[in-house]
Design a protein around this ligand. Structure first.
Ligand SMILES: [Zn+2]
Length: 492
């Protein structure tokens, strides 16, 4: 038997007792993964479909090579090998170091070029000193148009540096207002901006930083209907979204329009970065043909994220964007960069074009945009869409004061419970629910709650599927409780 180290990504660690890596015996990749899944039944559900097939939103690497391009599950392993499981988080080899297709066609020698003002020369002096940028490169940046999809954790730092670097036009897609909880990482905004539309605050900040930059605000959700029109004018698209439907939409629209897509995603302490450019490498669908089911991968709002992490990932995206615009260096095409902030480790995995990719391969069957919320299985938010009965905050308050109060189950994490919780509640974090389900009595009515009502709705669905009958979800979670029952209740 051969002992192989299996690296477990942060998103799946709760399912293997919190470990970052584990040693498993086996002769092939398939044996290893199956053995690991047998030891951890909850992990099995994530890794394998009910038919026992390895799921397509989980990729497996042996020593940094995708097993789909080795012998798949039959790939033999040797002592000292490292197996990495890389799930989608919500996110071809480079053809030489000088990409031939830049967004700006090379100018003929001696062509008339508008010159920079003395203050521009001063502003960009450190760029002009670089032979790889120089006056010609700075002009390319000034003529360039970059679209940032999402002006949040990733888009905020990227926008600041792209504006500082002199990218002529920066488009921003976002429809949120600045929330106090954004400021821990979205450094584009200040405390005084709380409550303002993000795009308004962002435009002001970016134009104050560099008046030579034109900020174009797209204050609506990106949809299959408007994506082509929004993306078409831009040279490069930076994917800073926080959800799978928009991620697949951005990928598909970029492939169909022939735009490079600079991808970044974060989860707690881990980040992923790549450049998807279907003209010379794989696309996001080559990496993850299908999204994970909506309840499998928590969002940052649910899982938390170290504030500086999206800063670093957003700046890697900005760096790749500038390289593409300048046509210099080796872009992160065909490579997936993984960053682990806790260990301070960067790892790079080879990404290949999937010869059967429905979008970018010669066998492509998808020629237009599709219904992405349906594709990702997120028809709507809240419990109603998954058939879970809900209870309003006021009604819960009355029920709790009655002689026969319901059993309250808090499905958040311990750290969240420590901030605030409802009196008399039982804490069962969502990941522990399968092993602690016996603690929930079937004799009483049960009300599940979490921060805003999404995790508890999915947990309630799970209990109902298990045969529980009197289960309801607190609509709007503790946020609703604080706004409608107890204004002094601490929320976060
Ligand atoms: Zn593809």
């Amino acid at each position: 038997m051969t002992a192989v180290t299996v690296k477990v990504p942060m998103a799946l660690r709760p399912l293997v007792g919190g470990r970052a890596e584990t040693a498993v015996d086996g002769a092939t990749v398939g044996e290893l993964v199956r053995r690991l899944a047998e030891d951890h039944p909850e992990l099995k559900r994530h890794l394998f479909s009910p038919e026992g097939k390895l799921r397509s939103f989980v990729t497996v690497y042996l020593n940094d090579q995708d097993i789909r391009y080795l012998a798949k599950e039959a790939t033999p392993v040797a002592d000292g090998d490292v197996l990495s499981i890389v799930p989608a988080i919500a996110g071809g080899s480079p053809e030489g170091s000088t990409p031939s297709t830049g967004p700006t066609p090379p100018r003929a020698p001696g062509a008339m070029i508008p010159s920079f003002s003395p203050s521009d020369l001063r502003r960009y002096s450190r760029h002009l000193l670089l032979p790889e940028v120089g006056v010609a490169g700075q002009r390319k940046l000034r003529d360039a148009k970059v679209l940032l999809v999402g002006a949040g954790g990733l888009g905020a730092p990227a926008a600041l540096y792209l504006a500082a670097a002199g990218v002529g036009e920066i488009g921003l897609v976002d429809f949120d207002a600045v929330d106090l909880s954004n400021l821990q990482r979205q450094v584009l905004y200040t405390t005084a901006d709380v409550g303002r539309p993000k795009l308004e605050a962002a435009r002001q900040r970016l134009e104050a930083l560099n008046p030579g930059v034109r900020v174009v605000a797209h204050g609506e959700r990106l949809t299959s209907e408007n994506a082509f029109d929004v993306l078409r004018p831009y040279d490069v698209v930076v994917d800073g979204t926080d959800n799978f439907p928009t991620r697949y939409l951005v990928n598909d629209a970029c492939v169909l329009l022939g735009k490079p897509n600079v991808y970044g995603s974060v989860y707690r302490f881990e980040g992923q970065v790549s450049v998807f450019d279907a003209s010379r490498g794989p696309c996001y669908r080559c990496l993850y043909p299908e999204p994970p089911p909506p309840d499998l991968v928590p969002s940052c709002a649910e899982a938390g994220v170290l504030g500086v992490l999206p800063g670093l990932v957003g700046l890697l995206q900005a760096t790749e964007t500038l390289k593409i615009l300048l046509g210099t260096g080796t872009p992160l095409v065909g490579r997936l960069l993984l960053y682990d902030a806790l260990e301070l480790k960067f790892r790079e995995l080879a990404l290949r074009r999937n010869p059967h990719c429905v979008l970018c391969s010669s066998e492509a069957t998808q020629t237009g945009l599709i219904d992405y919320p349906a594709f990702c299985g997120v028809a709507a938010t809240g419990g109603e869409s998954i058939g879970v009965p809900s209870i309003e905050a006021e009604e819960l308050a009355r029920a709790l004061a009655s002689p026969d109060p319901p059993l309250l189950v808090d499905v958040r994490e311990r750290g969240e419970w420590d901030i605030s919780h409802l009196p008399g509640a039982l804490l069962i974090p969502r990941a522990e629910l399968p092993e602690r389900v016996d603690e929930i009595t079937r004799a009483r009515e049960v009300v599940l709650y979490c921060r805003v009502g999404d995790r508890s709705a999915r947990s309630a669905r799970w209990l109902l599927d298990l045969g529980f009958t009197h289960v309801r979800n607190l609509a709007g979670g503790l946020h609703a409780w604080a706004s409608r029952v107890d204004p002094n209740f601490p929320v976060y």
